[in-house]
Design a protein around this ligand. Structure first.
Ligand code: HEM
Length: 682
């Protein structure tokens, strides 16, 4: 505070005037060297050291960690005492061998000057900008200072920094970046980012001159990435309380506008829909073959994209088409119920709802697509397809440096694009097989059709070869699998969790189902219209647990004026529907699960009421909405009607863990395990 004050941000030129901060960093690197054994060396020839012979090719490890805690060289070595570095000439530049956190000699870390600057700058900015406190109930002396050993290096200062900054969607114990990158690579990434940041400075300068919506200042280089935390939907909602319903965040080198009210959402999705109808393409998606024909990511001004979207809404997701294929979905839901019944036979066996429901949605989409039984022994690649869909969903949900710093894209530093490409190729191979088989069958008998989605697409291909061909059909099918499976499964799992947490709601839903359907027959999609309470349960689930809490990102096609602010061309826009759905301005007791609020209300999820848009709105409204709502209602109604459900022993409804996991969809962090009980008949 004495050196910088409160009026401006920390600058690199301040660092020389902050000797205590420098001592803090030095002391941190002494006790917690990022690379505790340095990087291994290998002897080039036999070497004599202290009378011993180290043979050629021996691996040598230098335990910098042990040296830095050795009482022969350090007073009170386990105390964190920055003062020891004040007025001391001891430095980490490789001259003082009792302190070599960056190594020494020929292989000393080449990024040392940059790393030191960055660590100082970031630490100073964080201390300067905020007061920090520990979570409730944790005292400073209780702070867990255990180290975590990974990939031959400890998770040290920089590592933890990177974990917290970039990998906001994963708990540290499953940290994907750590699993992929060595510490040295992390340094190199930071180095690259900084170089590119310098190259990009002129671009930032332009955004400064624009009249952007307000927002947090952010850290040098990283911007506000650190503010996102592990639950960006929640963190952005908190930030919106400070900065307002339209705010700017710099995420790496990307200017991001976050909209957090129905009025602002309308501006982007309706008023300026023309400017906001494209999406930025995440790097994990960029390796998808024939990306330009993708329904989800393709450019909306492309004639082919428009025609494809038209074909899908009128021919695939029309009421008539969906009705004609509903018998296939009944078969799949019946399989789900039979599967759960097997659990009932072994009393008190728990069912992982998310897992069985994910498998069922894939089955439902699969049979709607190919009218083939995914568990058909002939379709031996079912498990392979499930795995590929799952891996793609997972990898698309992982934060990727390249998305924050597009200049890094070409390097694919985390290997995300390469891995994603393998998944896409695997899926396309399966779809190729399906298309080949179907084309052979059609060649043998040109009149008979299965009437499924694949037939519709092949018919379109025959009729209009300029719009659709084999290469465009594959990404389309793949889009539908990826966009439809996890979203629908997650929604059904949340709905079950809410029903179990609110037994009175479960009772009401069950009562309605018994009255309308009874126990003599199974649920049909045509019953849904007669089940207003069940519909309200699904709506309330989508309100509190929207599968896509920030919708899918949009990208400004040109400079756009919104409420007197200028959103620059290329800026990304996120609509935080999670925040809107929990805003007391629009919802009474917003955190309470109360389906009753939708009974007799005109609010619907079809994109007309901007306070409730779990499927988006406007030009890019979810294409699969008609299928999604049929699937979710059908699975949920069938599960409620066929079984009584109870929580595992010792878990009370109100204790059910409802924490979220932010990834490609907003999942339950702790999977829902429940015990199905066969209904008893009086
Ligand atoms: C409960 C289930 C579902 C939810 C909550 C959901 C939600 C969404 C959301 C929020 C969007 C983005 C809208 C926007 O950015 O404005 C979207 C897009 C999309 N969804 Fe869904 N979805 C679900 C199920 C499905 C299903 C079953 C399919 C197809 C089988 C599907 C296909 C698509 C496609 C193709 C898009 C991209 C539309 C475009 O960019 O033009 N979705 N969905």
């Amino acid at each position: 505070m004495e050196v910088i004050g409160t009026k401006r941000a920390v600058q690199e030129s301040d660092l020389d005037k902050l000797p205590y901060l420098e001592a803090v960093v030095k002391e941190t690197m002494r006790l917690h060297p990022a690379v505790p054994l340095l990087l291994p060396y290998k002897a080039k020839n036999d070497v004599e050291i202290c009378g011993y012979t180290i043979p050629n090719s021996t691996q040598l490890l230098v335990n910098a960690w042990a040296i830095a805690r050795d009482p022969n060289y350090w007073n009170h070595p386990f105390s964190f005492c920055p003062e020891r570095f004040l007025d001391s000439s001891l430095d980490f530049r490789g001259r003082d061998f009792e302190y070599i956190p960056f190594g020494a000699g020929r292989r000393i870390c080449p990024g040392l000057p940059l790393a030191v600057r960055m660590v100082h700058l970031i630490l100073a900015s964080m201390i300067h900008s905020f007061d920090w406190k520990l979570p409730h109930g944790i005292h400073p002396q209780d702070l867990d200072m255990q180290e975590h050993w990974k990939n031959s290096h400890n998770a040290g200062f920089l590592d933890r920094f990177l974990i917290n900054q970039f990998i906001f969607a994963y708990p540290s114990h499953t940290h994907p970046l750590v699993a992929i990158l060595t510490k040295m690579e992390l340094y190199i990434i930071l180095f690259c980012i900084s170089i590119f940041f310098l190259l990009l400075k002129p671009l930032f300068h332009r955004s400064k001159t624009l009249n952007l919506p307000p927002g947090p200042i952010g850290l040098p280089i990283l911007g506000s990435i650190h503010s996102l935390g592990s639950h960006p939907n929640q963190s952005l909602a908190e930030l919106a309380k400070v900065h307002g319903p339209i705010m700017t965040l710099r995420l790496g080198s990307i200017t991001t506008i976050v909209l957090s009210s129905p009025e602002m959402a309308k501006q982007v999705l309706q008023t300026h829909a023309q400017s906001f109808s494209d999406r930025p393409i995440p790097d994990a998606i960029a390796s998808m073959p024939n990306l330009e024909t993708s329904l989800v990511w393709g450019p909306s001004d492309d004639n082919r994209w428009r025609k494809l979207r038209g074909i899908c809404s009128t021919q695939l997701f029309s009421g008539q088409k969906l009705n004609s294929l509903q018998y296939l979905r009944y078969k799949k839901v019946e399989q789900l119920i039979q599967h759960i019944k097997k659990h009932c036979e072994i009393s008190n066996t728990q069912v992982n709802i998310g897992q069985v429901v994910f498998a069922t949605t894939l089955n439902l989409i699969f049979s709607t697509m190919f009218s083939i039984d995914i568990v058909d022994p002939e379709f031996s690649r079912a498990q392979e397809l499930k795995d590929l869909v799952w891996k793609t969903v997972e990898s698309a949900g992982k934060p990727n440096l390249s998305d924050y710093f597009p200049v890094l894209k070409r390097f694919d530093l985390q290997g995300v694009r390469k891995r994603a490409r393998q998944h896409y190729d695997g899926m396309h191979q399966i779809f190729d097989d399906m298309i080949d088989k179907r084309m052979k069958a059609r060649a043998l008998d040109s009149t008979t059709r299965n009437g499924d989605f694949l037939d519709v697409l092949l018919d379109q291909w025959e009729e209009n070869r300029s719009i659709l061909n084999r290469e465009a059909i594959k990404p389309l099918i793949q889009n539908l699998f990826i966009a439809g499976s996890e979203t629908s499964a997650t929604t059904t799992e949340w709905a079950m969790a809410e029903l179990l947490r609110n037994p009175q709601v479960m009772q009401k839903a069950k009562k309605e189902l018994l009255e309308v359907i009874g126990l003599e027959r199974t649920v049909k999609e045509s019953d849904i219209d007669e089940l207003p309470y069940l519909q309200a349960v699904v709506k309330e689930t989508l309100r509190l647990h929207p599968a896509a809490p920030l919708l899918l990102p949009y990208k400004a096609r040109n400079d756009v004026e919104i409420c007197g602010y200028t959103i620059p061309k290329g800026a990304h826009a996120l609509v935080n529907i999670w925040a809107m759905n929990r805003d007391p301005k629009y919802w009474n007791q917003p955190l309470t699960f109360a389906p009753e609020r939708f009974i007799g209300s005109k609010i619907d999820y079809k994109g007309g009421s901007f306070e409730f848009i779990p499927f988006g709105a406007g030009r890019r409204l979810c294409l699969g909405l008609p299928l999604a709502t049929r699937m979710v209602h059908l699975m949920l109604a069938s599960m409620i009607l066929s079984f009584d459900w109870k929580l595992p022993q010792g878990i009370n409804p109100e204790d059910l863990d409802m924490q979220e996991h932010f990834g490609m969809t907003l999942k339950k962090a702790v999977p829902l395990y429940v015990i199905p009980v066969m209904k008893t008949f009086d």
